[in-house]
Design a protein around this ligand. Structure first.
Ligand SMILES: [Zn+2]
Length: 245
């Protein structure tokens, strides 16, 4: 077997979610040599494309094509290795057993060192919390020796939950802050690919600045804290295994 790069996998309910919520993590790890795969379960064509639907004569196919184009541009700006769009529909997002097996196939093929998905609770957007449920279920199946025996089973990658919209309503509590200052310009460029959601550009810039403040506070504060201008927060699901605290 040839030596392969480390890899990571993002499971995004809709085509733009990965940009706002973990674009920095993607760009940073891509720059470190990881192969980052982004799996978009849908394009967000019904529920997250209001600006497009306000145009005269818009059709579902045109919205999907536009959302795919935006996602491809953003993925390129971030240095995504592979963008996989399953086009399973949104509002609501629903996966059959066969669809879930496709997700398992992607997980096993990527063999991620870590995974990223949505918060576990999201009353505003049940597609998001459903995507996380799917990520957990498919991670579990990918680990099962009896599922498609002979394939390489999955180890135990951490599942990081990225920051939701309306953070305080989601029961989401970050335990990890990632300094994305070195790749901020890439994240901002990817954000600006999302022409259909221009109202979010400045909002997610402010989120990154606020999380940077928390990075500083938790890395030593005024005493010895590292400077940080932009950060992303994550909540991890699984415990860490360590030899030293
Ligand atoms: Zn979404």
């Amino acid at each position: 077997m040839p030596e392969t790069n480390k890899s990571a996998l993002v499971i995004s309910a809709h085509a733009a979610d990965f940009v706002w919520r973990c674009g920095g993590a993607i760009a940073l790890h891509a720059a470190k040599g990881y192969d980052v795969t982004v799996l978009c379960l849908s394009f967000g064509e019904r529920g997250e494309s209001a600006k497009l639907w306000k145009q005269e004569g818009m059709t579902l196919d045109r919205v999907k094509a536009e959302r795919r184009r935006e996602a491809e541009q953003a993925a390129e700006a971030l240095g995504v290795h592979d963008l996989v769009c399953l086009d399973l529909g949104d509002y609501p997002l629903e996966l059959s057993r066969e669809d879930k097996n496709r997700v398992v196939e992607v997980i096993r093929k990527v063999q991620p060192a870590f995974m990223l998905s949505h918060s576990q609770y999201d009353p505003y957007n049940t597609d998001h919390m459903y995507a996380t449920q799917v990520a957990l279920e498919c991670r579990m199946i990918a680990q099962a020796w009896g599922h498609n025996p002979g394939e390489k089973v999955l180890g135990a990658p951490q599942l990081y939950l990225f920051e939701p919209h309306q953070t305080e309503q989601m029961g989401w509590k970050p335990d990890t802050f990632l300094d994305i200052t070195p790749v901020w310009e890439k994240k901002r460029a990817a954000i600006e690919c999302m022409a259909g959601q221009e109202h979010l550009w400045e909002y997610y810039t402010r989120v990154a600045i606020n999380r940077a403040n928390q990075f500083k506070r938790n890395s030593g504060g005024q005493a010895s804290g590292r400077d940080c201008k932009y950060a992303e927060g994550f909540q991890s699901i699984f415990p860490r295994t360590v030899d030293e605290l």
